[in-house]
Unconditional design. Structure first.
Lengths: 389, 159
């Protein structure tokens, strides 16, 4: 059990469910959660009577786990988790569910994110007060309050340190749009050119419109259960080979003075050791992409290329479908829709099942899916997944 | 630009909401004093305010004056009025203090936006803005003239 290896492939994702992506769901986050959970249970071949655990993450913008548990009719709940946090915490709830299942605390945990991120609670925008974060007092008075601004600060430091240029960011947006063209679920399906990218308006320098994710309404759920049980269900099981929790920058707090190095430099080593794989074993990578520079940074910090070499790695075509490391095969938050992280996990499961249709990565057996790599919120999380043999 | 909130009729800019740890920091700024907590035992500076030194674990510290000098760790130009009271374009800078490599403070910038670059030497100036109940002072930064003496607390809007 040393190093947490008792968790390796000890839990499986047996079901995945989505609501549709929209700019206005017209329904509550409770409704989104219940519809996504219902779809995930159908996908697995399970019913609400099988569920004994609930886990979600949110930032004061979504329904509580206990309310969902009651709505599901669960009388004897074995596990619950209301994780405060956005994209950085997205994968931690599934890692926690895996621990609950692997240790026998629960047998079947549903994990979800339900957000009306366009119609009700825009991140850092209208519709609610700032998140309950002490450090906001040091930022908001300067007109610094929203994710694009916070990540622009990281982006500028990263560009200047390694000589990155706008086209390097643009290639990420273009790659993901090309993948979204092949994804019927995606919100944005018109191909994007470098001219389109470069001519898009500034949001906050150095980020343009097409560097920024969409804001969408959606619910996404996954079902985590034992590998033994998953084998008898409807889908090819995908096991959770490794789960990692990590620390982070809060942008302005000390101990992490280098903005160009994310905590994934540390967490990736731990994650790959737990999963018993290395970067070369990853067939497909779904990397958290609220903003384009995060994808570049993670390609380096998860060890797919040396620090400072990502621009050439991407320009050489390595991240496209059919190439060495297909990245964000669904289009990601930039082009599929913004589900705060769990859509990356859902896509990874689809790729490992072999059901991704025209965007399928041939023979995909091992996938990396990541949460936001540790900026702003002060934490991060990620998973390695494997197609069960 | 940092004085925009004091113009008659301008929408109110958000003001800080100090907590019980940070109140001394804001009170010092209002006196035009730039201070940070420094550990009595290991000498490490820390930020934001908290009671324990994350380097050595000590609970003893002093609010200690800073030189007010640093370099730009990063900077952004906002082309969107993200909050009331700000007119775009406006800059936000993140300053790495000369005292310690891992001290990064956000603030506004006084001067031409065209001059911004990472690594640029800057010095602190005090920006008095009108609060809801009492005067509030924010931190602004300006380009440090080559070889200039540390700033002695001039007002950002006085220039």
């Amino acid at each position: 059990m040393s190093g947490g290896s008792g968790l390796r492939d000890a839990a499986a994702i047996a079901g995945v469910g989505y609501t549709e992506y929209s700019k206005n769901s017209g329904v509550s986050t409770l409704a989104l959660a219940l519809r996504a959970i219902s779809a995930a249970l159908d996908d697995a071949g399970l019913t609400i009577a099988d569920v004994d655990g609930v886990a979600c993450h949110k930032v004061g913008d979504s329904v509580q786990a206990a309310v969902v548990a009651q709505a599901l009719g669960i009388r004897d709940l074995h596990f619950y988790l209301d994780q405060f946090g956005g994209g950085s915490a997205s994968h931690s709830i599934v890692g926690a569910a895996a621990m609950a299942v692997a240790t026998g605390v629960a047998d079947c945990v549903v994990c979800w994110r339900a957000i009306n991120a366009r119609s009700e609670f825009r991140m850092g925008g209208t519709g609610r007060p700032p998140p309950d974060v002490l450090e906001f007092q040091y930022q908001v008075p300067y007109g610094l309050a929203t994710p694009p601004q916070q990540f622009a600060l990281m982006a500028r430091a990263y560009m200047d340190r390694y000589g990155l240029v706008a086209e390097d960011f643009g290639r990420i947006a273009i790659n993901q749009r090309a993948n979204a063209v092949l994804n019927e679920r995606a919100m944005m399906r018109t191909p994007l050119t470098m001219d389109d990218y470069l001519s898009s308006r500034w949001i906050v320098e150095p980020l343009r419109l097409f560097d920024c994710c969409l804001e969408t309404d959606v619910g996404i759920a996954v079902v985590v259960t034992t590998p033994e049980r998953a084998r008898d269900l409807r889908q090819v099981p995908v096991t959770i080979s490794g789960a990692v929790w990590g620390s982070g920058h809060t942008l302005i707090s000390n101990h992490r003075g280098d903005l160009t190095m994310s905590p994934a430099v540390d967490t990736s080593r731990r994650l790959f050791a737990l999963a018993g794989v290395g970067p070369d074993d990853i067939d497909v990578a779904e990397l958290y992409d609220a903003f384009t520079p995060l994808v570049l940074l993670q390609i380096e910090d998860y060890g797919f290329c040396p620090k400072g070499e990502v621009a050439a790695f991407v320009a050489d075509g390595n991240i496209a479908l059919g190439e060495r490391l297909p990245v964000n095969t669904h289009g990601g938050h930039l082009s599929e829709g913004y589900a705060h992280g769990l859509n990356h996990l859902a896509e990874a499961v689809s790729q490992l099942r072999g059901t991704a249709g025209p965007r399928q990565v041939e023979g995909a057996e091992v996938a990396l899916s990541t949460g936001q790599p540790g900026y702003v919120a002060g934490n991060t999380s990620a998973l390695v997944l494997r197609r069960a043999s | 630009m940092t004085g925009a909130a004091t113009d008659a009729g301008a929408p109110a800019r958000p003001v800080p909401y100090p907590d019980r740890d940070s109140a001394p920091w804001w009170a010092a700024l209002a006196r035009h004093e730039l201070v940070l907590q420094r550990c009595d035992d290991c000498g490490a500076w820390r930020w934001p305010a908290r009671v324990l030194c994350g380097r050595c674990g000590s609970l003893r510290w002093q609010w200690t004056p800073l030189s007010g000098r640093g370099t730009l760790a990063s900077w952004i130009v906002n082309h969107h009025a993200f909050l009331p009271g700000f007119e775009s374009p406006y800059a936000v800078v993140l300053v790495r203090l000369d005292e310690q490599d891992d001290l990064l403070l956000p603030g506004s910038f006084v001067g031409a936006l065209e001059g911004l670059r990472t690594g640029m030497a800057v010095r602190a100036v005090f920006d008095d803005v009108r609060g809801a109940d009492e005067p509030i002072t924010l931190l602004a930064w300006e380009r440090a003239p080559d070889g200039a003496a540390p700033n002695e607390g001039e007002d950002a809007r006085g220039r």
